[in-house]
Design a protein around this ligand. Sequence first.
Ligand code: BG6
Length: 465
Amino acid sequence: MNEIQSDALVLFGATGDLAHKKIFPAVYALFRRGLLDMPIIGVAGSDWSEAQFQQRALSSIQQYGIGFDRQVFARMATRLHYVRGNYRELATFTGLRETLNGAQHPLHYLAIPPSLFATVVQNLGASGCATGARVVLEKPFGRDLNSALELNAVLGGVFAEESIFRIDHYLGKESVLNLLYFRFTNSFLEPIWNRNYIERVQITMAEDFGVQGRGRFYEEVGALRDVVQNHLLQVVAHIAMEPPAGKGAEPLRDERSKVLRALRPLNADHVIRGQYKGYREVEGVAADSQVETFVAVELYLDSWRWQGVPFYIRAGKCLPVTATEVVVELKAPPQRVFDYIEDDRPNYFRFRLGPDQVSIAIGARAKAAGERMRGEEVELFVCNSHGDEMLAYERLLGDAMKGDSTLFSRRDGIESAWRVVDPVLNLDKPVHEYDPGSWGPTIADPFLPLPARWHNPKPKNEECS
Ligand code: BG6
């Protein structure tokens, strides 16, 4: 880790939605903790005055931040500056250089459309703004393996790998970090955390809302690119990785990357795509769009620990609840000593990764009271209720400012993740329609071989009450 603290924050896309919803609240939280007392420079194309920019930051923090303090904001406002300009013109970057006013180690945060990443990176290099600097890139990082390789090549020509921070906010989530913590601090898991005891792993990322005015963006990505290639493969990495061989960023990143490298590329038979009814009416969406708002995939890992264990991943918009859950199902006992009914659920570990609730449950069977040796399912359950998304951005931005890349995707990891989804990005199969509020197209129900079935996350009010 390069321990030099950044001495200015430059936010490209400062007038955009992401800055408004996530980045300003994170900046404010860091400022309040005394970790960001430095120039904060917004860059964007809008013809705004500095006062308008400050006003935008204020409304963002009041709307999306946690705990607003007027005096803290008044101090922060004196640090906010605005540079208006076209990202394609070098003059914008020479203007930025002046506004940086001699800062030696700025952090450039690119919250802009991915199609502009390469242009901005090249102009940062050409203007001298990249010297001694770091860069943070928002997802999606490329749109397929080739574009990711090209982008990595452009980045590598301007910044050293240790100065590049590819954000996947799932890596900064408390609940995702807890997967690691839970696995590597509890000795009871290790003996069974392998192909000998685990039957399958299911991951569901359900959202009970649609694309929310992001039709144009979503048309370019679809569920596979939007959340599977990045967030959910990172979750797989945390479930499947080996313990890191040492402390610090690189041993951990090595293990995450090894999992991604060991994942078999998907093939069309292992993918089901759906689209909720009404998606085509969203502004910016084509009337005959074949973009998936739901996807289910079956994945395999070629490794000693996981050979033959299927990982079923499902993600969708307009499903019945908003929740991300991992369920690790264990194999049935070797002998049926007592009556066993067909649809008995196996023992399992269930990790609810948010957004509002973080919980861990262990599903087991116990004898139901009565004469017969029949069982019932019981859950040992621990719940920790809190939203953590804003904290994810705060944590990641703070880490990038101090040069800690532990929770960021490395070049090889990103490329491996694209290699997994690349063969099925442009499938010629039509999407299956589904009703908003359902669990996706019915064709996805029998995706898991019987007697297995999808585990549907419970609604929020039934999870932690
Ligand atoms: C984003 C996707 O990366 O993650 C969105 O673009 C999705 O479509 C969001 O809704 C989900 O993040 P979280 O933290 O709410 O689970």
